[in-house]
Design a protein around this ligand. Sequence first.
Ligand SMILES: *Cc1c(COP(=O)(O)O)cnc(C)c1O
Length: 396
Amino acid sequence: MITPVMPTYARTEMGFVKGEGSWVIDEDGNKYLDAGAGIAVSVLGHAHPRLVQALTSQAQALWHTSNLYRIPNQERLAELLVDNTFADTVFFNNSGAEAVETAVKMARRHWHACGSPERNEIITLEHAFHGRTLGMISAAPSPKLTDGFAPLLPGFRQVVAGDLDEIASAVGENTAAILVEPILGEGGIIPLSDSYLKGLRKLCNDHGVLLILDEIQCGMGRTGKLFAHQWAGIAPDIMAIAKGIGGGFPLGACLATEKAASGMTVGTHGSTYGGNPLACAVGCEVLKIVSDEDFLQVVRRTAGQLRQGLEAIVAGHPNVFEDVRGSGLMLGLKCRSDNMNMEVVSAGYDQRILLVPAADNVVRILPPLNISPFEVATLIQGINRSAQSLDSKQDA
Ligand SMILES: *Cc1c(COP(=O)(O)O)cnc(C)c1O
């Protein structure tokens, strides 16, 4: 018999009822160190006092009006995002997929407004992930996502990641934009090199194509800079963010330059909840904390400690792990044999740590950005013990 919750996820038995900082507590009172942060969402951990305060005081004032009216919190968050990024303007959504959809619509609409509606094709990368709407599974059509959902939307073309010549030869007179994640998350923590990102920026400039970045997972301080593209010294024309910006409250946004947003005039796009007062109250507080240079400096230091610990684990368990990938607090352990990532994640549960699997046989480590050095040490020990348990299983 089908369960009341539609069975689209292979869920674990644990169900959590409370969170405190980097820890979550299940129905039986067991405490787990949360090194997945709800998949890069809880950037400030659980129940951060400033976020609780921002949400509850807004909850007592006003929950919802509509985008028919000015929303002061939304204006404040838009201004903060504009002040801290390349962007001139922001559209708010409730999720990541919606934010990338907005980016794609904006790119098409830009060329429509420029009198070149034939420029409507978006180039994406193999192994990319942009969300689960029909549009986004068409943009990044891995068989696991698309099976049985045909027909997909036309207007997307995929190329292999990391090869500038290949993507250059895919750019043509119908190309509207190139859309990439600076670090492919679901695809298995695959960072695009600075020189590749610089090359994409130049390619887009040379052909007048828009560069769209999906920083839903790698943005909001995760790499030790506010946004991952800043490491490469480039800026996009359009950027989708979500996950971390709400710190656990559903919130996404599509940021753009004035030029890229030129087609987004009154009536072209909308959302009932997008940029709602509650979401934006939390978003403002998250951004104020995470954009602080001292905070980001601590993230980089914590990331160094975590990476060093993981390198040692890989060296000590060559039968389990191949290498460490990623940047900042967006790290991946590539496992040796097929499906070993699932075994590591489940061995982690026994050690009371939450890790997240990704494609390509990778285990993701995405802790809250404010995880303490002591908690990082606990995490490293937990992953090491998980690897030990798999080692002894193999010996047996
Ligand atoms: C999670 C994610 C999405 C989709 O976000 P949802 O909020 O689940 O719709 C899109 N792109 C990337 C890179 C993501 O990590």
